[in-house]
Ligand binder design. Structure first.
Ligand SMILES: Nc1ncnc2c1ncn2[C@@H]1O[C@H](COP(=O)(O)OP(=O)(O)OP(=O)(O)O)[C@@H](O)[C@H]1O
Ligand SMILES: [Mg+2]
Length: 281
């Protein structure tokens, strides 16, 4: 699925004519099978932006085209877009409304027209992918820990088998093993052809997993680039109040010593290979 965002503006406070838009002039193309990291300071508009992509928030100005068709045109099937573009909220409890975990996860499949039995079977599979066994099925979703809630919320989206999966800070509250498993799952879904859009403050996660970065500042997109270009000698990165990740500092230092090191190799394994190759370790 191809998503073209064209000059989108949105503000929450419609009644205050003088207030500024919360996101402004947002334009970006999201490709089929993209893996996009959305980064930027708190309050820069990341969550507001992604909620436009499945129609949850409607742009005040501008347009969004899915495979060339405006999602705001009368004939566009908005309900279907919510199945095709799955969004896991920043605060997962916003997504819960059932008494049990299994019912909550099954809800999306029932909405899509599956029988209760089929939906439950799919829910068990989706929870299993998120590492949650039957001991969780009949718990009250609101009684779970932060990380568990997040896993249930992700399972509730995975069950719809969306073409595009958007996750708003999904790693928050997850322990290191759960986080690694989450990224393994996302990376597997990506290799199966899905588009992944992830909001994160963690630059290591961006380097290790994403293909492209969209950087937000004060409600605007200030840069969209491939991960490798974004971190190296990028002015937009430098004025974003983001700390340079360890990998980048390390590669920059290496480059001062060994001029022929390829600066664009940033993943841990790539760096190791590059050093082996270039300094014949
Ligand atoms: N429900 C809302 N009602 C009114 N204003 C809102 C609402 N949600 C967000 N805003 C405002 O819109 C702007 C962008 O907020 P948004 O939540 O999109 O930022 P963010 O980049 O996701 O931040 P964070 O990293 O803290 O999650 C902020 O100024 C915020 O105060
Ligand atoms: Mg947010």
């Amino acid at each position: 699925m191809n998503i073209e965002v064209k000059n989108v503006f949105y503000k929450y406070n419609k009644f205050d004519k003088d207030s500024d838009y919360d996101i402004k002039d947002i334009s970006i193309d999201i490709f089929d099978n993209d893996y996009l990291a959305v980064v930027g300071e708190t309050g820069s508009g990341k969550s507001t932006f992604v909620q436009h992509l499945n129609g949850l928030i409607k742009a005040d100005l501008g347009d969004i085209l899915v495979d060339g068709v405006s999602i705001y045109s009368k004939s566009f099937d908005m309900q279907n877009l919510k199945f095709r573009v799955g969004l896991v909220f920043q605060y997962p409890e916003y997504q819960f409304f059932s008494e049990t975990v299994i019912d909550d996860v099954a809800f999306g499949a029932i909405n899509m027209g599956f029988s209760k039995e089929e939906a439950n079977s799919k829910a068990r599979d989706a929870l299993k992918i998120m590492g949650m066994g039957k001991e969780y099925f009949y718990k009250f979703p609101f009684s779970l820990s932060g990380g568990e809630k997040r896993k249930v919320a992700i399972a509730g989206i995975l069950i719809m088998n969306p073409e595009v999966l958007i996750l708003d800070e999904p790693q928050a509250g997850l322990d290191p093993i759960s986080k690694k498993e989450l990224f393994n799952t996302l990376n597997r879904l990506h290799s199966m052809g899905k588009t992944i859009i992830i909001i994160t403050h963690n630059m290591e996660d961006v380097i290790e997993n994403a293909k492209r970065v969209a950087a937000f500042k004060n409600g605007r997109i200030i840069t969209v680039d491939y991960v490798k270009n974004f971190f190296i000698n990028n002015e937009s990165f430098d004025n974003m109040n983001l700390e340079k990740p360890e990998q980048v500092l390390f590669v920059e230092k290496l480059k001062q010593k060994y001029v022929n090191i390829d600066l664009h190799k940033l993943k841990e394994l790539e760096i190791i290979d590059e050093i082996r190759e270039k300094i014949k370790l």
